[in-house]
Design a binder for this molecule. Structure first.
Ligand code: NAP
Length: 293
């Protein structure tokens, strides 16, 4: 393994939250880090931090849904550093709403960012990592990559897809010295809730349903939406996920999965020893506060 000072990392979605903290954590540990984001006008804060602490960090434009943007970013890193040791696939968002009311194009957009974008980036990086005989690909999944949550079928299925991708891909690339890892955070306090999208045809109130009649989902949707903000306000700091990213990057033999947060650990522990019916009650209680079905 190259020394940390010789390693080059690329992190996606570094404008806020987990990507921001993970970029800083890698750079604070001597790894030369490209903190990428789709909108470089958001780069001021992280660059200011890096400058103040003299960190090896540079920002780079990368929209994970845009193939040219991905190849441009990879080409730039290779031209400047001639290698990529670490990729942190972090960019993502949540689409909320009952499946019945979600537009198929919105679901495809969710997968473009949370799943196909990751495939594009991995496919661009693998030839480089394979030639190097070394690579670490860290993927920010979620507890929602292991357990389903109401009104989140699009988001949850994109994270389940990511879990399946990593579980399979790791066999293919391990012989070339490349490790692929999942990070599974519970609730983390970031911009996640503010950036969450509610499907455009989703009826969120019993007043705006003139064309569609009374939506049978309004009550559960309102409960879910109003529970989001307080839950995420109490969430774990994104720096804790960044610590886990660093652990996965620096471990000699990284694990396939790293859970982050008491909530995620407890839920998965219960998942191991519970029936599907018990987990249904637990999820309803935890995300809707008491309702069960
Ligand atoms: N917060 C949680 O509780 C939690 C829990 C489990 C997993 N996660 C996962 O953690 C990851 C990071 O989320 P976060 O909590 O840190 O939320 P966040 O603060 O909203 O950060 C999301 C980041 O993704 C970026 N992004 C979105 N679409 C993009 C695209 N097409 N190309 C490039 N960047 C894009 C956003 O950029 P803009 O600023 O341009 O929008 C932002 O930098 C996501 O994959 C999320 O699913 C979060």
């Amino acid at each position: 393994m190259r020394s940390r000072q010789q390693q080059i990392a690329l992190v996606t979605g570094s404008s806020s939250g987990i990507g921001y903290e993970a970029s800083l954590r890698l750079a604070q540990n001597g790894i030369y880090t490209y903190a990428s984001m789709r909108n470089l006008s958001k780069s001021g804060e992280i660059l200011g931090y890096a400058k103040r602490d003299n960190l090896p960090l540079k920002t780079l434009r990368l929209d994970i849904t845009d193939e040219e943007s991905i190849s441009g970013a990879i080409d730039k890193i290779i031209a400047e550093k001639n290698r990529i040791d670490i990729i942190v696939n972090n960019a993502g968002y949540s689409l909320l709403g009952p499946l019945e009311q979600l537009d198929i194009d919105e679901i495809k957009d969710e997968f473009e960012t949370n799943f196909f974008g990751i495939i594009r980036l991995i496919q661009s990086a693998l030839p480089i990592m394979r030639k190097q005989g070394y690579g670490r690909i860290i993927n920010i999944s979620s507890l929602a990559g292991r357990i389903g949550f109401p009104l989140s079928s699009a988001y949850v299925s994109s994270k389940f897809a990511l879990e399946g991708l990593v579980e399979s891909l790791r066999y293919e690339v391990q012989p070339f010295g490349i490790h692929v890892t999942l990070i599974e955070p519970g609730v983390i306090k970031t911009n996640f809730v503010n950036n969450m999208k509610i499907g455009r045809n989703v009826i969120t109130s019993s007043n705006n349903n003139s064309n569609n009649g009374i939506s049978p989902y309004v009550e559960i949707l309102q409960k879910r939406i109003s529970a989001f903000k307080p839950r995420f306000e109490k969430g774990l700091a994104a720096s804790k996920v960044a610590d886990m990213v660093l652990e996965a990057v620096t471990a000699d033999n990284p694990k396939v999965r790293y859970l982050v947060g008491e909530d995620a650990l407890k839920m998965m522990e219960k998942r191991k020893n519970s029936t599907d019916e018990e987990i249904t009650r637990l999820v309803m209680n935890s995300v809707l506060g008491g309702e069960s079905s």
